[in-house]
Design a protein around this ligand. Sequence first.
Ligand code: 1PR
Length: 536
Amino acid sequence: TTCMSTVTILDYGAGNVRSLENALRRLGHDFKWAQTPEDILAAEKLIFPGVGSFGAAMENLDKKNFSEPLAEYLQQDRPYLGICLGLHCLFDGSEESPEIDGLGIIDGTITKILPSPGLSVPHMGWNTLSPKRGSVLLNGVEYERFYFVHSFRLEESEHCLAETVHGSPFVSVVQRGNLFATQFHPEKSGEAGLRLIDNFISSSDLALPKSLPAAQDSVNRGLAKRIVACLDVRENDQGDLVVTKGDQYDVRETAGDREVRNLGKPVALAGRYFNEGADEVTFLNITSFRGEPLGDAPMLQILERSSEGVFVPLCIGGGIRDYEDSNGVSYTALEVAARYFRAGADKVSIGSDAVYAAEKFIENGKFEDSSIGAISFVYGAQAVVVSIDPKRVYVSSPEDTEHVTTLAQQKGPNGEEYCWYQCTVRGGREARDIDVVQLATSVESMGAGEILLNCMDADGTNAGYDLPLIKMVSSAVSIPVIASSGAGIPEHFVECFNETGVEAALAAGIFHRKEVSIKEVKDTVVTNGIPVRVTD
Ligand code: 1PR
């Protein structure tokens, strides 16, 4: 029952379709783009990797005159794989854009996931499936973990092929005849996702009943904690982009002529981390505040080349802001982000610009046109990460400052027991009068979908994460938080997950220097009863 059909990809120009393209290349399958309405009706198999907001997606389908042929194609029960919004659009409508109709091919409405204590929205990360029956699509990967990122979902359907639990169960895979749709992103789900895509393309009879293998583990193992590898990238003194790593943000060697530390080549390292089981790879272009963000063509190439071989989410930070180039041409942060998404990024991370936006937000009590809001509106909140670079300010008592304080992990230089965390811009070079809680809550209201929480004092120390800081921020927001800075041994990850409840922990130095491997981290975390995605 295998065949080699040519698959057609439906794209309306939003988000990261490069990942799907790269996945098909990796699998050795030919593909075409649907350029015209006729291309849809002529397709042998159709994949729709929908991204962005429901309303924008439906409007774009209409604008391109794709809605009618797509509905016709689906009514004829021809092979279809919808991804994320490619699932939502099949239904009557979505709470995300209540005024806009879906295709109405299957009955049902997409609803908002409501956050509650301990339950972050977006639902972001690697989760398991609970299949209702065997199927060609999930053959061999029924009990693997897949990468989800969404704030809206289908609660139930008679066409549910598999369910997933985030707070409560929802439909993660739909099947009706030859029509399949997944809420997760197979193109971002490592080897398991590639296998699922291959199942869809290679089978000549997608509706063929299959038996369901027995699960070895309990089925709903829940959302896995993510282990993230981070690559700080900058030019060295010879002008090459290298992966570097600082000690408390100082990336130069301590001796000799203080060269920029060189820990490897970005594309090669990203590939290595994917193979070693990283759940996500983050690039931070750490000196982008100096130049012109889109003058950084090499950074775009790094993403393009990395995304060819890395099938987990890629995030890029540094220089996501409005700017004017030397010829007086203006670019918006949204345009800069769009270039990165097209180059293969799934998320962009905003540092300095988020601090300026939050300052304005706090001053005016309202947010006008922040880059966070603009990108979030078009690409969805899950695509906008805010990276925070705080440093400790010690005080003897909470009354000594207007900022939110906590008992410090270690006492300050004069025996102070408390500290607050001051936000910085320009790679930690300039401190601003705003604390982490103010920043985190402001950017959440502005539309950010995740926080990457560094700590300048802990960065590069290998002494462990700054737990009071992480607790403080993660309890102040309901979006996911990635803990960062200070990991030195696998036990630091365990401690961080157990004591702060964060969904993800990031490290840089220990991975680059091969002191600890991602596998060792995951083994230790699993041994301590914390769910993670295990790869072989
Ligand atoms: O302000 O939007 O252009 O973004 C600049 C980005 O570059 C920000 O995300 C900022 O965090 C980052 N950045 C700027 N300067 C540095 C530096 O190190 N000199 N890196 C820097 C931030 C922290 C993490 C690091 C963890 C884990 N580095 O990236 O990977 O601390 O390290 P460890 O595990 O070795 O302790 P904008």
